[in-house]
Design a binder for this molecule. Structure first.
Ligand code: ATR
Length: 282
């Protein structure tokens, strides 16, 4: 029988998860289907509680439902519990399990794209204080970074996120962050600035040390102004597309029983879609 999974949220029309999981289903010859389900937050708790009745073995969860999904879980993995949010749900013996795989995807992407990026683990500089930033800060602390500086335009939001973690996470303004560039081992843009159609972040990267790895979670455009500025300084960069690809691995393995590989072919498949939609360039 066809194993059915879906992406849920509002809107889900822009999600590339169907493309990602569809590629793997075909590549591994699995009788599975990955659908889109528009699920407004009002109906989200009911939807997740009735996954089995709807014929699904699990689902992904995107904005604005990650916290609601977490609240109806029977069991959460360590990341979901730490963040109070889940993006990957699956059923085991009728019980609803959930995980947050964004942090895993972020780390796996850097491990693959910039081996040795975490050699020092002294200071990670994270820009932005939204949901994605929270998952990444958690993952960086778990990876053993001694200090994670969380910089945000609105300091209060950075303080609220930092309060979820221990003293290793330090909230600052973007202006303060500019002065800390020289100490960073890794710099990550988790703001939506630089996304196609928005203003890029105004931040001088010239004080970063040679070899500092720079990453962006935005992948539309693929080469964000932030990554272009880093590349122009000769710094190693890792784009945000890989995080999307890697965060899908644990879910696919749970639902379909095969641990999928993130390959160049898969990446090319997603890049072809970006190109077809005119989203490669800013
Ligand atoms: P998500 O949950 O998807 O990570 P979000 O909650 O919409 O995203 O948060 C967007 C982040 O980008 C925030 O940190 C926001 O800063 P504020 O908290 O000050 O709003 C940041 N951001 C968006 N546009 C920005 C800009 N032009 N300059 C600096 N930061 C920006």
């Amino acid at each position: 029988m066809t194993i059915r999974v879906c992406i849920t949220g509002q809107p889900v029309i822009y999600s590339r998860s169907p493309l990602l999981h569809g590629f793997w289903l075909k590549a591994y010859g699995i009788d599975g289907a990955y659908a889109r389900e528009e699920v407004p937050p009002e109906g989200a708790a009911d939807f997740y509680r009735s996954l089995a009745r709807r014929g699904y073995v699990g689902c992904n969860v995107t904005a604005p439902n990650k916290e609601i999904a977490f609240s109806v879980l029977d069991e959460a993995d360590e990341s979901a519990a730490a963040l109070g949010a889940a993006n990957t749900l699956w059923l085991e013996d009728g019980r609803l399990f959930g995980a947050s795989t964004d942090g895993y995807g972020f780390i796996a992407n850097l491990d693959a794209g910039a081996p040795g990026w975490d050699r020092e683990r002294r200071l990670a500089l994270v820009l932005g204080a939204g949901g994605a930033s929270r998952a990444i800060v958690h993952a960086l602390v778990a990876r053993g970074f001694g200090r994670v500086v969380l910089a945000n335009r609105t300091l209060e939001r950075a303080q609220a996120v930092a309060a979820l973690f221990g003293p290793a996470v330090v909230p600052v303004t973007l202006e303060r962050a500019a002065g800390m560039m020289a100490d960073a081992d890794v710099l990550v843009n988790c703001t939506s600035a630089g996304m196609k159609g928005s203003e890029p972040l105004q931040l001088d990267l010239s004080r970063l040390r040679p070899g500092t790895v720079v990453s962006d979670i935005v992948y539309v455009p693929l080469k964000t102004p932030f990554l272009k500025a880093a590349s122009a300084l000769g710094l190693p960069t890792v784009d945000g597309l890989g995080m999307l690809l890697h965060q899908g691995v644990p879910g696919f393995e749970r639902w379909f029983g095969v641990r999928p590989q993130v390959t160049e072919e898969l990446r090319a498949h997603l890049i072809a879609d970006l190109a077809a939609k005119g989203q490669l360039e800013a």
